[in-house]
Design a protein around this ligand. Structure first.
Ligand code: NAD
Length: 253
């Protein structure tokens, strides 16, 4: 174990599955106490139990990041339980139904923007307040390659993720002098339940997705988690306002 985060406290939203679960487990492996937040209690509890089973410290907090009251209560619970907040990974997100822009109805647009974009903004507000009071911290938002390039069939999702990149850069320049770094990761297609829904687990669809990456395979949640934890660590002390593609060369092609 690399114990560089002993005594630190991390919060990961959407940590009941996929990328968030991998990030929560990696923060714990580095010694941080981890608050696992998710709208899905079963998934979130399971992640928290995996961490404690592996010898780490964790608590599950049920929260819908699209709701201001939930986000406020989530941060209050982290601080009540662990006394501080050093690292936040704003990762909760939904993909919605894949369909052309003309077939995206208003309810779907509103929910995707509420979770993926407003959710990150709400989390940033409460996390930044806590980090300002403490004198520093590091935040990583999960955007996507759909935050860097257009993505057919996912207009609302791509709009939300481009928004996350804009929020990340703006928060970074506003709070850099307060000792708070804010970055984003932009994953390519990562083998998680989200992608399994996207391809309906179809072998040909998976092969097509793999070919979209220069590396010719999907990424793993653990590979994204490594980037998240590095961006939060002191090794990345001079990195802020960056949107890091973790995408096997997808946007380079
Ligand atoms: N898997 C990919 O290929 C990929 C690529 C780029 C970006 N991303 C992004 O990575 C993040 C994680 O995705 P994943 O692939 O691990 O998906 P996932 O569906 O496996 O996990 C997402 C988690 O977020 C939770 N969640 C959903 N809405 C929530 C809400 N309102 N409040 C709190 N929690 C909520 C879900 O319950 C789930 O546990 C998302 O933001 C997604 O957009 C994923």
């Amino acid at each position: 174990m690399n114990a560089s985060m002993v005594g630190k406290v991390a919060l990961v939203t959407g940590a009941g599955s996929g990328i968030g679960r991998a990030a929560a487990r990696l923060f714990a492996q580095h010694g941080a106490a981890v608050a696992v937040a998710d709208i899905d209690a079963a998934g979130g509890q399971a992640t928290a139990e995996q961490i404690t089973h592996d010898g780490g410290t964790s608590v599950f907090i049920r929260a819908d990041v699209a709701h201001a009251d939930d986000v406020q209560a989530m941060i209050a619970q982290v601080v009540a339980q662990f006394g501080r907040l050093d690292y936040a990974h704003n990762n909760a997100g939904i993909e919605g139904r894949v369909a052309p822009l003309l077939e995206c109805d208003e309810a779907q647009w509103d929910r995707i923007i509420a979770v993926n974009l407003k959710g990150v903004w709400l989390c940033l507000q409460h996390e930044l307040r806590q980090m300002l009071a403490q004198g520093g911290g590091a935040i990583v938002n999960t955007a996507s390659v759909a935050g860097l390039v257009g993505t057919a069939g996912m207009a609302a999702y791509a709009a939300s993720k481009h928004g996350v990149v804009g929020l990340t850069k703006t928060a970074a320049i506003e709070y850099a002098r307060a000792g708070i770094r804010v970055n984003a990761v932009c994953p390519g297609f990562i083998h998680t339940p989200m992608v399994e829904r996207y391809t309906a687990n179809d072998a040909q669809a998976n092969a097509r997705l793999a070919r979209a990456h220069a590396i010719r395979r999907l990424g793993t949640p653990e590979e994204v988690a490594e980037a998240v934890v590095w961006l939060c660590s002191d090794a990345a002390a001079f990195v802020t306002g960056h949107a890091l593609a973790v995408d096997g060369g997808l946007v380079a092609m």
